[in-house]
Design a protein around this ligand. Structure first.
Ligand code: SF4
Length: 380
């Protein structure tokens, strides 16, 4: 049986928590595109895709899903997307594997790309959401990025309309709650706008993920960045607080400020200290914290507030109770991709290649910090 490739457009990124989601592109790139720390869409022009094109994409995906089910049926698997169907698709129709895998996982989650879908007119978004729910009755979660400034222009009533049409979660790049950091980084939103936007999303009954960038205040504003970010989140009480540590690749405007010495990056110990202050200052909220990005020093710095606050702070305290050499080894192992948690330092199988790498860097006169800086850029 020959299957047609599903013709639909995809953008470059999605949040880490949407790794298994079907990606449906509503807009291209970012309408703001000025944040100093963000390399993603630089040099690309923002564009809204037409309702006609988006609908065509969704119908093409539904057609391809139908073909995958038909292949399963004709191969004796009852139309189910099981491991056998997946293996068949992988060997004979690899272009459809991503979609087949999504169906295999239940076909439940959809992420709307790119950087700020909520600026599309509400009636248009409603039609898109309705079409997604009609073509894919299995879909339970539909999420999107939105800028705080865009959300401040939406009424709670409009957000409720979108929720009733199937939108379930908004991901907001808050990055910082400190106005000096936000202005310097050209985020295009103030702390007051972050709060207004977040409170509206929650009032509409939508789930809310807020992203914070540890390290974004640099050496000068790390304290203010930690405290004010927590204070803003205390006023929003988002469902999720997600951490993504600052890394500065050559493609982003912040890079030249780092090279010139205008912006001084925090080292890992500085970021860990900042994180401890940030978590200590989070109060009166019941958000989940996730550290689900490879750039973060502690992958297991996660839990629900307020119950897991002490355990999360305990991870950072354990890090600082290690010797400087142990800390260096841990940082190296984490950034070289061997370690996920501090406990991995006690795992001989994982630790042995890290020790070898450590020795070889010392022999060559390469500092662990410069190796780490280079390696972090691989993950952007
Ligand atoms: S708003 Fe988001 S996508 Fe746009 S430039 Fe800033 S960080 Fe990047």
């Amino acid at each position: 049986m020959s299957l047609q490739k599903a013709g639909y457009e995809q953008g470059p990124i999605r949040p880490p928590s949407e790794a298994g989601s079907l990606l449906v592109r509503l807009t291209r790139n970012c309408p703001w595109n000025r944040c100093l720390f963000c390399p993603v869409y630089k040099g690309e022009k923002f564009g809204r895709r037409s309702l006609e094109d988006i609908s065509k994409d969704i119908k093409n995906i539904a057609f391809a899903a139908g073909q995958i089910r038909a292949l399963s049926l004709s191969s004796g698997y009852d139309g189910k997307i099981n491991r056998q169907t997946l293996a068949l698709i992988q060997s004979e129709h690899p272009a459809l594997f991503q979609l087949a895998f999504w169906l295999f996982r239940g076909g439940e989650n959809v992420f709307l790309q790119d950087g700020d879908s909520l600026l599309l007119p509400v009636p248009q978004l409603k039609k898109i959401l309705n079409l997604l729910k009609t073509e894919f009755p299995s879909v339970k979660r539909i999420t999107s990025y939105a800028r705080s400034r865009t959300l401040t222009r939406r009424s709670v009533e409009e957000l409720v309309i979108l929720k009733n049409a199937g939108l379930t979660r908004i991901h907001v790049g808050m990055e910082s709650g400190n106005d000096e950091v936000l202005a310097y980084m050209k985020k295009g939103a103030t702390s007051a706008q972050h709060i207004e936007a977040g409170v509206k999303v929650k009032a509409a009954g939508l789930s809310l993920s807020e992203y914070v960038i540890p390290g974004l205040g640099g050496k000068t504003l790390w304290h203010e960045h930690a405290v004010d970010s927590a204070v803003v989140l205390n006023k929003i009480n988002p469902d999720f607080i997600r951490l993504r540590t600052l890394a500065v690749p050559p493609g982003c405007p912040l890079y030249s400020k780092v090279v010139s010495g205008e912006f001084i990056l925090l080292d890992d110990d500085g970021v860990a200290r900042e994180l401890a202050l940030f978590i200590e200052t989070l109060e009166g909220i019941d958000s989940y914290i996730y550290s689900d990005h490879i750039l973060n020093l502690f992958e297991d710095l996660a839990g629900k507030l307020p119950d897991d606050k002490a355990d999360m702070l305990g991870i950072i305290n354990s890090y600082f109770s290690m010797t400087p050499k142990e800390r260096e080894l841990y940082r190296l192992g984490r950034r070289a991709g061997y370690f996920r948690t501090l406990a991995d330092l006690n795992n001989k199988t994982l630790c042995s290649p890290v020790e070898q790498l450590y020795s070889s860097l010392k022999e060559k006169g390469i500092s662990v910090d410069s190796y780490i800086r280079e390696n972090m850029l691989r993950f952007i």
